[in-house]
Design a protein around this ligand. Structure first.
Ligand SMILES: *Cc1c(COP(=O)(O)O)cnc(C)c1O
Length: 404
């Protein structure tokens, strides 16, 4: 058996245990912070949530941070705060997690997709402009993989047409855009604290904004649409409350908030580690035949939630599925981000979408493969990814003939 034989065909795998594509990194301090809450009087939304929100707002440089029970709930709260309802439209990217568009449907609004630009796979502002109508009320850019979208161009469009910009920054906590911190640029910026993201509360999310009205509406919406919360009532010795809008119970717990707040102190170190890993990948793969590395624009600092490699399938002797499987059995937990939203069964049957409507997003999707990316990856783990990608691409990617 030659050492280069793929594990897919019975060869020796690069590693025995599967390296996941993402994983949380918790310390004893994080655990102690949670235990402290468990021993306290208060488990649900209370003092720890308030402290976490304050620290988070100050980290990103926004006036308000409003926490939610998930990133999905946070998106929903932002769409509510923006006042979107039946008959309204919002323009967003198809190359994202389905929650980015679902939040519009929950409020009766309609997502309108616009294609992405090839370099960063973020919303193409020219495509957004083409999709605006008299019903458009908002634009939802996504900072794909942690690379900020073209926010100034999107904000300029929003100003011209009186729209709200709700940025889905679930990938981009800690990223910088033209020397501004993500979370302080758009009208509302949404974060997720799912365990694969930069910071986790188990499940949780946050919206940052400088707008007092948006913040107030979100606080009300996350608590049934009630205009005053339990602790405020307690402090006023009053039982009175009034439900003024239809809301949900989308509150974060103090247990989750303590966990998130504790990790906030390590966020910069974790971002630096992600950036180191991305640099090692790019150095190794820039010249590797058959793959294209993610591109970074000059005026941004990505947060590297994902490292999406693009395969040049025109020169491969197989499809993406086989390369995906080959890497998995070498022990490298790859993933694909994302099947474009308009191609999910629900969206196809509800809106009659077809392949070909958003060619850049669709072509990118066919070729995308996300490599493991999380701060707790050891240098040896990174080396395993380099070895596995080289081994698998060498096998499947034909060398270009020197003379045609
Ligand atoms: C993770 C994610 C969400 C949803 O966040 P949850 O906390 O899992 O609800 C939304 N949008 C994008 C782009 C995401 O990656």
């Amino acid at each position: 058996m030659t050492p280069d034989r793929l594990a897919l065909y019975g060869g020796e795998p690069v590693r025995r245990d599967l390296l996941p594509y993402a994983r949380q990194a918790l310390t004893e301090d994080d655990i102690a912070a949670v235990v402290e809450v468990l021993r306290s009087e208060w488990l649900t939304t209370g003092p720890k949530v308030a402290e976490f929100e304050e620290a988070f707002a100050s980290y990103v440089g926004a006036a308000h941070a409003v926490s939610f029970s998930s990133g999905t709930a946070a998106l929903h709260g932002a769409v509510f705060a923006a006042g979107l309802e039946a008959g309204d439209e919002a323009v967003t990217t198809p190359l994202t997690f389905c929650a980015t568009a679902n939040c519009l449907l929950f409020q009766g609004a309609t997502p309108v997709f616009a294609d992405v630009e090839a370099a960063t796979l973020n919303l193409d502002p020219d495509e957004v402009r083409r999709r605006l109508s008299s019903h458009t009320k908002a634009i939802l850019p996504v900072d794909y993989a942690g690379h900020p979208a073209d926010l100034d161009e999107v904000l300029a469009l929003s100003e011209r047409h009186g729209l709200v910009v709700i940025e889905d920054a679930a990938h981009a906590l800690g990223a910088r855009y033209r020397n501004r911190s993500i979370g302080s640029v758009s009208h509302m910026t949404v974060f997720s604290f799912h365990p694969v993201k930069h910071l986790t509360t188990g499940e949780g999310g946050m919206v940052t904004t400088d707008d007092d009205t948006f913040a107030h509406r979100m606080r009300m919406f996350r608590s049934h649409g009630i205009d005053i919360d339990f602790r405020q009532r307690e402090s006023q010795n009053s039982w009175r409350y009034d439900m003024v809008a239809l809301g949900h119970n989308f509150r974060l717990t103090d247990i989750g908030a303590a966990l998130g707040h504790s990790q906030l102190h390590r966020l910069d170190a974790n971002l630096a580690r992600r950036s180191e890993i991305a640099t090692r990948y790019t150095e190794a793969f820039l010249e590797l035949p058959g793959v294209t590395c993610p591109r970074v624009k000059a005026d941004v600092q990505p947060a590297w939630h994902l490292y999406p490699l693009r395969l040049d399938l025109a020169r491969a002797s197989c499809g993406r599925e086989e390369i995906f499987r080959a890497l998995k059995v070498e022990g490298v937990g790859v993933n694909v981000h994302y099947l474009p939203i308009h191609l999910h069964s629900y969206y196809r049957s509800r809106f009659g979408n077809r392949r070909g409507e958003y060619p850049i997003a669709e072509q990118a999707y066919e070729a995308l493969i996300s490599l493991p990316m999380f701060p707790a990856m050891a240098d040896d783990d990174v080396q395993d990814v380099l070895d596995a990608v080289r081994k698998v691409t060498r096998f499947f990617m034909a060398e270009m003939p020197a003379v045609l």
